[in-house]
Each structure stands twice: as C-alpha cells, then as structure tokens.
Ligand binder design. Structure first.
Ligand SMILES: NC(=O)c1ccc[n+]([C@@H]2O[C@H](COP(=O)([O-])OP(=O)(O)OC[C@H]3O[C@@H](n4cnc5c(N)ncnc54)[C@H](O)[C@@H]3O)[C@@H](O)[C@H]2O)c1
Length: 360
C-alpha cells in the first residue's frame, strides 16, 4: 500500500492507494460516529456487499444514499435529495460523509459536504480510474446547472482519500480509457518518469493490473498533490496547467454531445495541443514525435473522426477561458515545461485539429 500526503495550509490529508485499502479504513477511523454513505448505483450493485460489510464492522450507525449513475446526477435536484437524506440522518460536523463512486459521486458529495451546515467532514473512496488519479484529490466540488458543467462549485478538501484499486477491475473499458486520458495529462506535467512508466505499462493499466495501477495512481496523485499544494484555489495560475488538453477536449466532447467519455476527449485534446505547441514553435519536432507515442496508444472512439472542426472552433471561442475573442491554451515545450494562457490563431488551431484527426 502507498500513501501520498496532501499538505495544505490548515489541512493535511492522506491518500492511501493499493489493493488492501478498504480494510485500512477501519484502522484509520476508530471513533464511534454517525456515517452517511453516498454510493454510485453501479458500485452498489457490484461492490455493495464489501462496502456494507466494512461499515458493519465499524463503530456507529451507517445510512446509505444510492446515487443514480451518470452526469445528470450532478444536479441541484439530486443535491436537494442528498440534503434531505443528510437532514434525516442528522448529519453534522461530528459525523462523516463517505463518497463511494467516480467523479460524479465525488463532485456531488463534495458539494453537499461543503455546504451542508457550512461543512461536514468528507471522505472519498474513488472507484473509477479517473476519480482515483484526478477528481478525488484537490478539493474541487461541483454541480451542473442550466446545461453548464460545474457551474456551481466549491473548494473543499476531504479528510481522507482511500483508493482501493480492486474496485477498478469491474470498470468497463471505456471508463478505463477515460481515466487514462487524465493519466496521460499528468504524464506531461512533471518529469519523464510517469510518461515512461505509463508508456511501458499501457496494456497492464488497460487490464486493471492491481500492482501497476497502485504504482501508476501513486505517481500521478503525487504530481497532482504537488500542484494543488502550490496553488490550492487556482490563484497563482499554476493549477491551470491541469487544463492541458482540455480547451480542445471540452469543445470536442461538447460538439459530440458527450457521446464519448471525458478522458477520451482529453486524449484527443492532448494530441491537438501537442500539434499546436509544435505549430507555434514551442515544441521541437523530435519531441513532438516522442510525445505523440503515448496518447496514440489509446484507441479512440470512431465518433471522433466525423467531427466538424468548425463546430469545435466555435465552441472553443465561447469557452469561459477564452478572453477578448482569443482562445487560450495550455501548451508545452517539454515534459514539465508547461505554458498557460497561450493564445493561437485560427489557422494554427484548425491545422492542429486536422493533424489530430489524421493520427487517431
Ligand atoms: N473535482 C475534480 O477535480 C474533477 C476532475 C476531473 C473530473 N471531474 C468530474 O468527474 C466526473 C467524471 O468522473 P468519472 O469519469 O469517474 O465518471 P462517473 O462518476 O460518471 O463514473 C463513470 C461510470 O462508471 C461507473 N462505475 C464507477 N465505479 C465503477 C466500478 N468500480 N465498476 C464498474 N462501474 C463503475 C459509474 O456507475 C458510471 O456509470 C465529471 O463530472 C467531471 O466533471 C472532477
């Protein structure tokens, strides 16, 4: 089992990662208290027995709220159902709210925990690769509103993150690919260790090999933690590097009406961002060729090939990160050297998208 500690002013918390993490929860949380568990419907179906038996062995009552799976659950409607559940359970600062599921469960539970009675303690148990490498660490919470993703949100750090990689065995392959998209992003943000590791172990990651997942998630969470520790609330700008591949990625998933997974769109977005970095003279040709090897290992959905680039461009122009009609990107000159707020011209953007479509 591995552990990353996220050290923030006023709060530190551990992230445990491994294949025996679930039993660890009992050892860490020994006091008797009321527990509320928000659990994704599929996770309840596939792993509910293990989860319930764990909580039965702990001191204090446990109440469950089964959350319908899917992005639509990150809504005010569902949030109000969660508040009612928490009220009924008399949840308060002395109790613990566990979020058991992927990023949807984590974002909604996190938002509820941060706002209910001005904040009750939160513990994440991520069960998707994406939530293990990304959303469970860093404290961003959100709900969607009026077709806008993450319109309302808070920064709210959990008390613990328990990532048991055995959950990931039951993930559909598209969900694994989605997590790999974010993993690829982290591979470009620090040094070449993670890049080489992910490249060499791609097949094992896709097959949810527990030992490889433990090591991969540990390295990736270490990178995310170090970024969040320097810029918890996106104030200095550093945290913006986490949007590498996302200006293109968000536009692509929106044009495809969310028919492909977020991380798949991010992978396509990273490829386009690599081409754009090269096009504007930041990224040397030999590096471009090396760097493309990683995202090109992912078999992306066919839906991408039919995408209309004009639509992608228009969505990017509307993106909340584009200012004064300019579209801003996070680009790269080499692994670990990331540039934020780089604007690019229409022609270069189109060319980069075209080249992305040629290689996927
Ligand atoms: N807070 C952050 O920093 C942050 C970062 C990145 C993404 N996000 C958010 O995360 C969300 C996406 O998260 P996600 O990709 O985990 O999606 P998700 O939570 O929708 O889970 C994907 C699917 O996998 C199923 N599932 C979960 N665990 C499973 C398991 N162990 N076995 C089988 N099926 C399982 C779920 O039921 C669901 O159908 C988005 O809403 C995104 O905005 C947040």
């Amino acid at each position: 089992m591995k552990k990353v500690t996220v050290n923030l002013p006023g709060k530190s918390y551990p992230v445990f990662i491994g294949d025996m993490v679930l039993p660890r929860i009992k050892k860490e949380i020994t006091r008797s208290c009321r527990k509320t568990v928000i659990i994704d419907k599929n996770v309840e179906r596939l792993h509910g027995g293990r989860i319930r038996s764990l909580f039965r062995d702990m001191k204090g009552d446990t109440e469950y709220f089964v959350l319908k799976n899917g992005e639509n659950s990150k809504s005010l409607n569902e949030l109000s159902r969660v508040y009612k559940f928490l009220l009924r359970c008399s949840a308060d600062k002395e109790s613990l709210l566990f979020s058991v599921g992927g990023g949807v469960t984590g974002d909604l539970s996190g938002f509820a925990a941060s706002t209910f009675k001005r904040g009750i303690p939160l513990i994440h148990i991520p069960t998707t690769l994406l939530s293990a490498v990304d959303s469970s660490v860093g404290g961003k919470t959100a709900v969607n509103f009026d077709q806008r993703k993450n319109l309302a949100g808070t920064f709210y750090q959990p008390e613990y993150v328990f990532t048991d990689v055995t959950f990931l065995k039951t993930l559909p392959s598209a969900e694994i690919r989605s997590g790999i998209g974010e993993l690829i992003k982290y591979s470009f943000l620090s040094d070449s260790n993670l890049f080489i590791y992910v490249l060499n172990n791609m097949e094992k990651i896709q097959n949810a090999d527990p030992a490889i997942l433990e090591s991969t998630i540990y390295r990736s969470v270490g990178i995310k933690a170090s970024i969040v520790m320097k810029d918890e609330k996106e104030e200095s700008g550093l945290r913006k590097i986490l949007n590498f591949g996302h200006t293109f990625g968000h536009a692509i998933e929106s044009v495809l009406n969310y028919r492909i997974k977020h991380g798949e769109a991010v992978t396509a977005g990273i490829i386009a961002a690599l081409f754009l970095s090269n096009k504007i003279g930041l990224l040397a040709e030999n590096r471009l060729i090396t760097y493309l090897k990683l995202p090109s290992r992912i078999k992306l959905p066919r839906a991408l090939t039919g995408i209309d680039l004009r639509d992608v461009y228009e969505v990017m122009k509307d993106d909340k990160k584009s200012k004064g009609g300019k579209i801003n990107f996070v680009l790269i000159s080499e692994i670990g050297s990331i540039y934020i707020d780089i604007s690019a011209g229409k022609d270069d953007i189109y060319k980069s998208l075209e080249r992305m479509l040629e290689v996927i």
